[in-house]
Design a protein around this ligand. Structure first.
Ligand code: ZN
Length: 427
């Protein structure tokens, strides 16, 4: 039993602040500093170069693959063994804080620095990784880099994605100098660990130090086009209307009814986040509405059932209002469960440090759910202040909260990195 190491929480927090200055802006409403590092922009390029520089200073050998994923490797005592990978992302949405994704990457780097300072070698290599365009905020596909690395999305398809201005992933990777040479398919690591902010209120409200993430809930998105008949609000009798706005409202309320029915479990969530009437004028019955439906459930079968129920209601709403409702499914991911043994290790490491914890299901998507197809994967959640608000300049986890998560990351990473060779570790 080696003595317990501690990461340098102040150093970790400084590194989060330094990366947070790249692509920083001042929010005009709150005066807070926010971050805008959309994938493959000049700001993302600056963030990437900054982290690569830090990786090299920590002695890591840096490689970049053809979708721009970056891997910094610390050699193991037996360097032929599969590595333990610690990762996340550094791209952001347009109105981000400085913790989302960055905590997992800079936390991985802090683990390496701590081992370096202690002169501690590991049997297996350690790799600190950041994946391209996790947010999907610019090119429309989230977890893009990790999905290519694990084979869910073909490299050519990823390269061909374009942003609103017609710029392609491939050209933008080249423009910022991150169109790498490494093959896009990642050889399976021994294990993958990701420390991330919760991005929700649960841990903080429960007074817990950490969350042991059991998995990522299933997600289903629809884009709705509801077509009725635009008409004058004053002259058109109520009985003669085909009001697309009322149909959208009925669907929105039906989502609430589905949740309230309890038929789809206690964790079922449903949201109409877009509800745009056309022409959108005070005295015109809306002739058309564009709307979206977002369904989430940790149980894939219940998610399927909820989707079927709301599709049936689209027809009902159409009939009631004399409109047409067409839907297009724009996203569908099943529940992804993380490795139970890694979850037990995370919980045990938290116990050993006297940190309180509970199991939690992630409400948002993460790179770890892609890596879970390749190797045992797990996530550690750190609580956030301000109800865990994220994708917002108010996003905040304290130095202590971040350090707790990364100390547990260190413990679990070290134990895994000293695991002896298995038959899958082919020399
Ligand atoms: Zn994230």
């Amino acid at each position: 039993m080696t003595s317990q190491l501690f990461i340098d929480g102040a150093r970790l927090y400084r590194s989060l602040a330094a990366l947070g200055e790249l692509g920083a802006f001042t929010d005009p409403h709150s005066g807070l500093r926010g971050v805008c590092r959309l994938a493959l922009t000049a700001e993302d390029g600056a963030g990437r170069r900054h982290v690569v520089e830090q990786m090299r200073e920590a002695g890591l050998t840096v490689r970049v693959d053809r979708i721009g994923n970056v891997f910094g490797r610390r050699a193991g005592l037996d360097d032929r063994l599969r590595p333990v990978m610690l990762g996340s992302h550094i791209d952001s949405v347009a109105t981000a804080g400085r913790f989302d994704g960055c905590l997992g990457v800079l936390g991985g780097l802090e683990v390496v620095r701590t081992l370096n300072d202690a002169g501690r070698a590991t049997l297996r290599p350690l790799v600190v990784a950041f994946f391209t365009d996790e947010e999907g905020a610019r090119f429309g596909t989230d977890m893009l880099g990790s999905a290519v690395a694990t084979g869910r999305i073909a490299l050519e398809d990823a390269h061909a994605l374009r942003d609103r201005n017609g710029l392609s992933v491939r050209d933008e990777l080249a423009a910022i100098g991150f169109l790498g040479d490494d093959p896009p398919r990642l050889p399976a690591p021994f294990a993958y660990l990701e420390c991330h902010v919760e991005q929700g209120p649960v841990l903080r409200a429960a007074g817990l130090d950490l969350g042991v993430v059991a998995g990522v809930q299933g997600i289903c998105w629809h884009e709705l086009t509801i077509v009725g008949k635009a008409a004058h609000a004053g002259t058109t009798p109520m009985a003669l209307r085909a009001d697309a706005g009322v149909a959208a409202s009925r669907i929105n309320l039906a989502l609430r009814d589905l949740v309230a029915s309890g038929r789809f479990g206690a964790e079922f969530r449903a949201t109409m986040g877009v509800l745009l009437p056309h022409p959108g004028l005070v005295n015109v019955v809306p002739g058309e509405v564009t709307a979206t439906v977002d369904l989430r459930n940790p149980d894939s079968a219940l998610l399927d059932a909820a989707e079927a129920a709301i599709i049936a209601f689209y027809a009902e709403a159409a009939r009631m209002e004399g409109v047409t409702v067409t839907h297009r499914r724009t996203a569908r991911t099943p529940y992804v469960g993380f490795d139970a043994e890694l979850g037990r290790r995370i919980a045990a490491a938290a116990d050993a440090r006297g940190l309180s914890h509970a199991g939690i299901v992630s409400g948002a998507g993460h790179d770890a759910q892609e890596l879970a197809r390749l190797c045992p994967a797990a996530m550690i959640f750190v609580p956030g202040e301000h109800d865990g608000i994220s994708h917002n300049p108010r996003e905040l986890s304290t130095e202590r909260q971040c350090a707790d998560g990364v100390n547990v990351l260190l413990d679990v990473a070290c134990a895994l990195a000293d695991a002896p060779a298995t038959p899958e570790d082919q020399p």
